[in-house]
Design a binder for this molecule. Structure first.
Ligand code: AMP
Length: 375
């Protein structure tokens, strides 16, 4: 079969590499991919942007693609799965209505409250409805979130009411563009943070192995928050008891409620959770796709054929199979460009890839480009 992977990060490199390893797969196209995907056997890049849905449909037709897997959230929130379905193309990911779980924090908070799934108490405001007294009445720290997609940057944990009001006004003022026209103000939760990723087929759920990412830039959990400086799997904090509570109190109720609301969820579903001292798994956020960098160590451990799992999900048969995982721990470390997570320096060259490829482990690229002669 022929596979299309949409995206250009380390997550998509890992997905492409894993799909290409399947004996069922003849070719993998990555749109737009990166220098790392271009170097993989059976894999080639296509210069089509991950958000250009019409061009991706044309590419899938021209390349006679049998199955498309979407990496990043932006095309999912924009409705790529609906468009592929309308074009008669098989595409794995949630439809636009379900992707609102990530695309709109207002939507996901209302959904969680309506279905009594544990999460922080909150209110949403627009500039017109904002009431500073609401913030002043509440304990600090208090959490301020831009409702829309803000590439993981739209969350401020404010130590004082003044700081919260400043952050809210900056969001209304356009700091995150349209994403900040609506803000969610929520109670600060303490506990242990965990990410929990499953595959869903509309009715059934297949939990992936557990994983944990690390967001602070520097060693020892210091420095600013980033998109993730590394991840490992399994995550020891998710004991069998915690796992059972997350499935029972968050994952199953979410998938059941979405189906009951007339919008069955198919795709990867990622819950960011704060496990309270009493073990309650509070939802901090939903993502409608795999995490990056969590995907990379997960894929290193996945022994099952990913294309078989995805096809089973698209056929509504996830209850019929299990995923096999290498019991050994996998650990991924991100090497970022200078300046990250601020203004990054682009165009620097990466040396030593051939030597590193000879070592145990695997290098996945994110946003790299080949120029000149490869070593
Ligand atoms: P989010 O994008 O909503 O997951 O928020 C990004 C990060 O902010 C999370 O990974 C948490 O570390 C932190 N965070 C978000 N919401 C809360 C909350 N209600 N209480 C404490 N920390 C939070």
């Amino acid at each position: 079969m022929r596979i299309l992977i949409v995206g250009s990060g380390g997550r998509e490199h890992a997905l492409a590499w894993k799909c290409a390893a399947s004996t069922r797969v003849g070719a993998v196209i990555v749109a737009p991919g990166n220098a790392g995907t271009a170097m993989e056997p059976k894999v080639q890049n296509a210069a089509v942007d991950a958000i250009d849905i019409d061009a991706l449909i044309a590419l899938a037709r021209a390349e006679r693609i049998d199955l498309t897997i979407i990496g990043p959230e932006a095309p999912l929130v924009a409705g790529i799965v609906d468009a592929f379905a309308d074009a008669g193309l098989k595409c794995f990911g949630p439809r636009r209505n379900c992707a609102q779980l990530e695309g709109s924090k207002t939507f996901s908070k209302e959904f969680l409250r309506r279905h009594r799934i544990p999460s922080a108490a909150y209110r949403t405001f627009t500039r017109a409805t904002f009431d500073a007294q609401y913030v002043e009445r509440h304990a600090t720290p208090i959490v301020v979130k831009a409702s829309g997609l803000a590439a993981g940057k739209g969350v401020v944990i404010a130590a004082s009411a003044d700081e919260a009001i400043g952050a809210i006004q900056a969001m209304f003022g356009g700091e995150f563009g349209d994403a900040g026209h609506e803000v969610v103000i929520e109670e600060f939760l303490s506990g242990e943070e965990v990410s929990f990723i499953v595959m869903a087929d509309g009715a059934h759920v297949l939990p992936l192995a557990t994983s944990q990412d690390h967001k602070r830039l520097l060693d020892g959990d210091r420095g600013p928050n980033t998109g993730g400086m590394g991840a490992y799997s399994p995550a020891g904090i998710v004991t069998a008891a915690v796992h059972a509570r997350i499935m029972r109190e968050v994952i199953h109720p979410t998938v059941r409620a979405l189906a009951a609301d007339g919008m069955p969820y198919t795709g990867f579903l990622y819950a960011g959770l704060m496990i309270a001292a009493d073990g309650t798994p509070n939802v901090l956020e939903f993502n409608c796709r795999l995490g990056d960098p969590e995907t990379q160590p997960l894929i290193m451990r996945l022994q099952s054929d990913l294309t078989v799992l995805v096809e089973a999900a698209l056929a509504g048969r996830l209850d019929e199979l299990q995923a096999q995982w290498d019991p050994r721990t996998a650990l991924g470390v991100v090497m970022a460009a200078a300046g990250y997570p601020g203004r990054v320096q682009t165009g620097d060259s990466i040396a030593g890839l051939a030597g590193a490829a000879a070592l145990p482990g695997k290098i996945f690229h994110g946003g790299t480009r080949a120029f000149g002669q490869l070593p």
